[in-house]
Design a protein around this ligand. Sequence first.
Ligand code: 5GP
Ligand code: MG
Length: 209
Amino acid sequence: MGWRRFLWTAPAGIARMEDSSLISHEVYSPDIAGVLIPRHRIAARLDELARSITEAYPGGELTILAALTGSLVFLSDLIRRLPLRLRVDVVRVSSYPHEATASREPSVLIAPGGDLPGRHVLVIDDILDSGKTLELIRGLAMEAGAASVRTCVLLAKRRDDLPGRVAADFTGFEIDDQFVVGYGLDYGDLYRNLPDLCLLRDLAGGAGR
Ligand code: 5GP
Ligand code: MG
């Protein structure tokens, strides 16, 4: 099932172009169909997520292993809400090379640093689609000798066609199976600096699932 079919059937209640959040990024306006999740809803959900994560680590120590580049904005907003003795490591995994819009077999471009053995690790990614990326990174942390490994994503796509897909331990929002940009998520390495999670009006060529 291709995501493109859903571009024009965005969820009810979607904020449209008049949303003031888009005005500061007028340069992208022709490309954006609308805001899926506005920044204030993201912020409110991050407060809740941060509380749940903090409660899950009563020992007060946590190492975050974040998947670059898409989780960059989520990571920076989330860690400032976590009153823990916190370390941050990063891994770079290629899932959507160039302008692809369906994930491929992910491959590790930058491996985690050497400080994972014995640590309680929380893997963070922007969005869960097939689950392959999260599983790959979870495996890296376990192989490295982490004391525990949990996972956290800002978004999880509803994939009824993949009933056995892994779930993250912490999920910000579940969304329909559609391609999203903004708040760190890109298409062709653009749109990461949009403050809201947005839907693209159209995509030039490229792959489908
Ligand atoms: P998975 O391995 O779960 O199939 O794909 C997850 C990865 O694909 C994420 O880390 C993200 O980089 C990318 N991805 C999946 N869905 C989207 C999407 O809707 N928009 C963007 N920009 N990236 C996505
Ligand atoms: Mg990614």
